[in-house]
Design a protein around this ligand. Structure first.
Ligand code: VGL
Ligand code: ZN
Length: 215
């Protein structure tokens, strides 16, 4: 079965000093670089998503006259109001400087429509539009996705649930994820939800040990 690695939103704004910094977010970068190296050896394609918002995105609290961290509604969908983050072509939207971007085969941008948030790398939150990611993976006859990144309780969770719904087998690399945790146990619950939906949860070392080569 063909696998692909999917790295979710390893961007400055979700890392230390960023606009929507996730605790220990930077610690995912080494895990990602090890995963990329393993994939290069095993001929496994690597895709990465970038949260890629226009400056007028309405998930930004300031654009919706709302308070950061509270929940409201956007075009009929529940919406957490976020600080301004990952604005297209701004430094906050760049990949973390330590990420081995030369090892990426494909980049998918999401969250470009101002009127709807897009946690998943496959669809916006209303499932109104799809990104090109599924087509790219199908083209490569990928059936198994290995997923890690930021944030566990938002973009990783929604990407994994959509991938399972689309029929992929999914392995979540647990040590390659960190969460926002608006509530303290959000990430724990997210992992349980992904597992219940059918995702396999492994550490990077566990996953790599089952590839037929040594790093
Ligand atoms: C994300 C909140 C808002 C994420 C993106 O990458 O998990 N979270 N936008
Ligand atoms: Zn966002």
């Amino acid at each position: 079965m063909n696998s692909a690695l999917l790295l979710i939103d390893l961007q400055n704004d979700f890392c230390h000093g960023g606009a929507l910094a996730v605790a220990e977010g930077d610690e995912t970068i080494n895990v990602a670089n090890l995963a990329i190296a393993a994939c290069r050896h095993a001929n496994i394609p690597v895709a990465a998503s970038q949260d890629w918002h226009p400056a007028d995105h309405r998930s930004f609290a300031i654009n919706s006259s709302a308070e950061v961290g509270t929940v409201g509604e956007l075009e009929g969908l529940p919406q957490v109001w976020w600080p301004v983050h990952c604005v297209q072509n701004q430094p906050g939207a760049d990949f973390h400087p330590s990420l081995n971007t030369a090892g990426l085969d494909y980049i998918v941008h999401k969250g470009k429509d101002s009127s709807v948030d897009s946690y998943s790398a496959f669809f916006d939150n209303g499932k109104r539009a799809a990104t090109p990611l599924h087509d790219w993976l199908q083209n490569k006859q990928v059936e198994h996705l290995v997923v890690m990144g930021l944030a566990t309780d938002y973009c990783v969770k929604f990407s994994v649930l959509d991938a399972l719904e689309l029929g992929y087998e999914v392995t979540l690399i647990s040590d390659g994820c960190r969460g926002v945790n608006l509530d303290a146990d959000d990430s724990k619950k997210a992992v349980e939800q992904m597992q219940l939906a059918g995702a396999k949860v492994q550490s990077l070392a566990q996953w790599v040990s089952n590839l037929d080569f040594t790093l």
